[in-house]
Design a protein around this ligand. Structure first.
Ligand SMILES: N[C@@H](CCC[C@H](N)C(=O)O)C(=O)O
Length: 279
């Protein structure tokens, strides 16, 4: 039997989305890498799978796989695409749905203008929750790397993030320092590494070297992480526009213990069938 899929993107962070509500989709890591391959497969940063709800208070389970076959507990741009997908495929008629990932419950709201607003949950800062090997929570962590002291903020948005402040995003060492910091032993599950430039109190610029996918055109959870860290460092207010290479997201955060809200677009590109995927 063929496996149908929908190709979608959120600001150029692209996805293969699969409906597993009626028939299970149980891919191996090799299957996932093949789907994500931009030459031998469909090509994407992440594969998103919609599954039947595993608890009464949610609408769907939402599984997230990176292009390298690893699984994550969070994908913000994917969450917006999932809301669009569920509506377009008539899996739900509701404007607001609750989905459960490996690590979080997210509330997705389809807005009248076609954008999607996501309650991403509250950021977690305790090192054990990120997870990160550190003796105590810090607003700024310092880490010796390649003979220099690197300063960054760290938190979990349901997945681990480190955020580095830079003066000039265009020349930031995203593809060299990103993978170096990502794979340090202080991050036992690795981390998504964001490079953030402050434009003004309402605006950030951001590039993210993602775990399992490399640098992407946008990272929704990374945008939330950057906005939270910038607010903790008193560099922005409670609502910020985060400008990513693929476009902008609106992020709102009321402070410690409160959820982060992310608003942005979700686009469908095409649908197809995986001819080789038989289950
Ligand atoms: N692109 C995503 C994040 C996807 C998962 C991430 N690479 C991880 O491994 O945690 C987003 O929009 O949040």
């Amino acid at each position: 039997m063929r496996q149908s899929f929908t190709k979608m993107h959120g600001l150029g962070n692209d996805f293969v989305v699969i409906d597993a509500t009626r028939r299970p989709f149980v891919p191996s890591a090799d299957d996932l890498r093949r789907i994500a391959d931009r030459r031998f497969g469909v090509g994407c940063d992440q594969i998103l799978v919609v599954e039947p709800a595993s608890a009464p208070d949610i609408d769907f389970d939402y599984r997230i796989y990176n292009a390298d076959g690893s699984e994550s507990g969070q994908c913000g741009n994917g969450a917006r695409c999932l809301a669009r997908f569920v509506r377009d495929k008539k899996l739900s008629e509701r404007d607001t749905i609750r989905v459960r990932t490996q690590s979080s419950v997210l509330v997705l709201q389809l807005l009248a203008d076609g954008q999607v607003r996501v309650d991403m949950g509250a950021p977690r800062f305790e090192p054990a929750d990120i997870p990160m090997l550190a003796t105590q929570r810090e607003t700024r962590y310092r880490h010796e790397l390649d003979g220099a002291t690197l300063e960054f903020g760290a938190l979990s948005m349901g997945n681990p993030h480190a955020v580095i402040l830079v003066d000039d995003l265009d020349t930031a060492p995203v593809r060299t320092l990103g993978p170096r910091l990502q794979t340090q032993a202080i991050f036992p599950q690795q981390a998504n590494v964001g490079f953030m430039q402050i434009v003004d109190r309402d605006t950030l610029r951001l590039r993210v070297y993602e775990r399992g996918a490399g640098e992407t055109l946008a990272c929704g959870s990374g945008a939330c992480a950057a906005a939270v860290i910038a607010r903790l460092w008193d560099r922005v207010g409670k609502a910020v526009t985060v400008q990513l290479p693929g476009g902008s997201l609106q992020i709102e955060w009321d402070g410690e213990g409160q959820p982060v809200f992310m608003t942005g677009p979700a686009s469908t590109v095409f649908t197809g069938d995986l001819e080789w995927f038989n289950q």
